[in-house]
Design a protein around this ligand. Sequence first.
Ligand SMILES: [Zn+2]
Length: 246
Amino acid sequence: MTINPEGSGEGRNLDAGMLAVLHRLMAADRDIAQAHASLDRRPKELDLKRREVATQEAAVRTATDTVKVAQKRIDRKSLESDALEADVKKLEGQLFSLKTNDEFEAMKHQIAQRREKDDLIQTEVLELLEALETLKADEAGEKDKLRALQANLAKAEERVRAELAVAETEVMAKEEARQALRDQLSEDLRALYDVAHERRGSGVARLVDQVCKGCDTQVTMNVLGAVMARKLTRCPHCQRILVLES
Ligand SMILES: [Zn+2]
């Protein structure tokens, strides 16, 4: 066994047992990375549903505002009608205190005019009330849609929470298995593995066609030769320990 001056052990021969552990560690690192990626993806699934809820909340607000505007218009028209009716009553009260026939006729004409106007307003109010019913039904429909989307989101959140809990337990188990493998490494290998693992999330990479699959960089023939000779060799670019395909 040749230990280099820094004591890293690079260049020394690796036995089949250590190589097997390195291969299994490589698989464990990849597995854990995939598990983490899948953990990160799950909460993102909820984003679309949250956006749908937000969009529907806006639709409900618009529908509610439309109902309010329509209601205000009806209220205003009703007040106008009330005022006209009060006016008619007042004029009718004065009708018989008038002295001349002309005055009487003029007053009757004024009353008729107000009644006509009031009829028009009341017709309009009826139409508006009908329209209001439709608007209220629309609003209720939008609210129903919102409730359905909210329920759907809550269900999805619950499911994702449960899935995350399971996945996190799985990741912990995988991490424990990885640690057990790492403990099987000789001290020098472990030190080199840890450096790359800490920096890159994986400590071992395959060398395929003279390319390090950890960082997709081509290595020299010397490096390839050393790996083929089962010497402890690291990728000069990413520092991962290099192994050949098993
Ligand atoms: Zn590399």
